[in-house]
Design a protein around this ligand. Structure first.
Ligand SMILES: Cc1ncc(COP(=O)(O)O)c(C=O)c1O
Length: 372
């Protein structure tokens, strides 16, 4: 990596393309890639361009601002905004041609107001809460909501969606959610409301597609990590590798304390590497507090030594003779993976990916033209 960089997130667009192709080939419906949270830290504009270039018909983001940023980056594909149109956000939706999910009273108001300004029905997706307990209308209320929306003349329900709570953990819970969803779909159909986009499956949900579904909404698998413990059987590889440069290597005597609080104390003559990556860059501070976790230096594991600092982390490289100033220390990538780091830190791969800080430059590799 370029010498002037102190830390970087290497994003392999060829791997992203390969993951997309593998997923698309093994999924019966088209994929609507989830590129919220800056494409899980990978950079939404670059990721969105690659995936729409490969044929993704639609992208999903969480917030209108994310959709607007994709439009400014030149993405023309339909963009679904999962949290919908809040009060006062209508201009974002109309100026940028974004499609809201309607899932709360406020997002109903927001979408209706947008439709009024637009002067013709605004396409929306309606969300049912089938058991996630987050956003969406209760299954018993969906028909009334849909009929109210349709009667307004201000919106057109072009999609129906729900979100699965436990597809990576519990197939029975998932089957119940899917049954509730299919029932809602049938009740809507009985009233003549037949949305053309029907989507439920995130990454883990891809194992549970039903014939009623017309789209899927994967995120994590596209970025090369499998949900755990249950995942669809598809081969993917991690797209992002986060690494920092070694600022200093020093030998310390037994009894030497390292970092804030002096919690880590050398038990033997030790070599300590100080690395340009800290918790502001996405190194979980809990790695130091729980005395768990390691970076990879010269393909060997180097345990975290002491409290992780805001900008720096110290590693025990006593067993890594190759460790040297200017060398690279990998927080996550192929090894350790974001799941390994998540496990050490008491969290998951989604959080590890999305926590990579904005000051870590994303460096893109993999020829997008060749992969498109
Ligand atoms: C509504 C919704 N759909 C799809 C996804 C993508 O999930 P995953 O990254 O597990 O594929 C998310 C992510 O959190 C989500 O909130």
């Amino acid at each position: 990596m370029a010498e002037h960089l102190r830390a970087w997130a290497r994003v392999d667009l060829a791997r992203l393309a390969a993951n997309y192709r593998a997923l698309a080939a093994s999924t019966a419906v088209p994929l609507m890639p989830v590129v919220k949270a800056d494409a899980y830290g990978h950079g939404a504009a670059r990721v969105g361009r690659v995936l729409t270039g490969l044929g993704a018909p639609m992208l999903a983001v969480a917030y209108a601002e994310e959709g607007a940023a994709l439009r400014r980056a030149g993405i023309r594909a339909p963009i679904l905004v999962l949290t919908g149109c809040g009060d006062g956000q209508q201009r974002d939706f109309l100026d940028h041609g974004l499609t809201p999910v309607v899932s709360t009273p406020a997002t109903v108001r927001g979408a209706l107001a947008a439709g009024r300004i637009l002067g013709r029905p605004l396409p929306v997706h309606l969300k049912v809460d089938t058991g996630m307990g987050r956003l969406g209308f209760a299954p018993d209320d969906v028909v009334a909501e849909a009929e109210g929306l349709a009667a307004s003349g201000r919106v057109e329900i072009v999609g129906l969606t729900t979100h699965l709570s436990s597809a990576d953990e519990d197939a029975a819970v998932t089957a119940r959610q899917l049954d509730v969803f299919d029932e809602a779909l049938a009740r809507l159909a009985a009233r003549g409301i037949r949305p053309r986009h029907v989507h439920v499956a995130h990454s883990a949900g891809l194992s549970h597609l039903r014939p009623t579904h017309t789209l899927a909404r994967p995120g994590l698998l596209l970025y090369g990590l499998k949900p755990r413990p249950l995942s669809p059987a598809v081969e993917v590889s991690p797209v992002m590798t986060v690494a920092g440069r070694i600022a200093l290597v020093k030998d310390v005597a037994p009894g030497t304390a390292i970092s804030y609080g002096g919690r880590w104390v050398a038990r033997r003559p030790s070599r300590i590497a100080t690395v340009f990556l800290g918790y502001a860059d996405g190194v979980p501070r809990t790695l130091g507090m729980l005395e768990q976790g390691a970076f990879s230096v010269a393909a060997r594991r180097a345990p975290v030594a002491g409290t992780v600092c805001m900008d720096l982390v110290m590693l025990d490289v006593t067993e890594v003779p190759e460790a040297a100033e200017g060398g690279e220390a990998v927080l996550f990538g192929d090894d350790p993976t974001a799941w390994d780091v998540g496990g050490w830190a008491g969290t998951n791969a989604w959080e590890v990916l999305t926590r990579v800080g904005p000051r870590v430059p994303r460096v893109y590799v993999g020829d997008t033209e060749a992969t498109a």
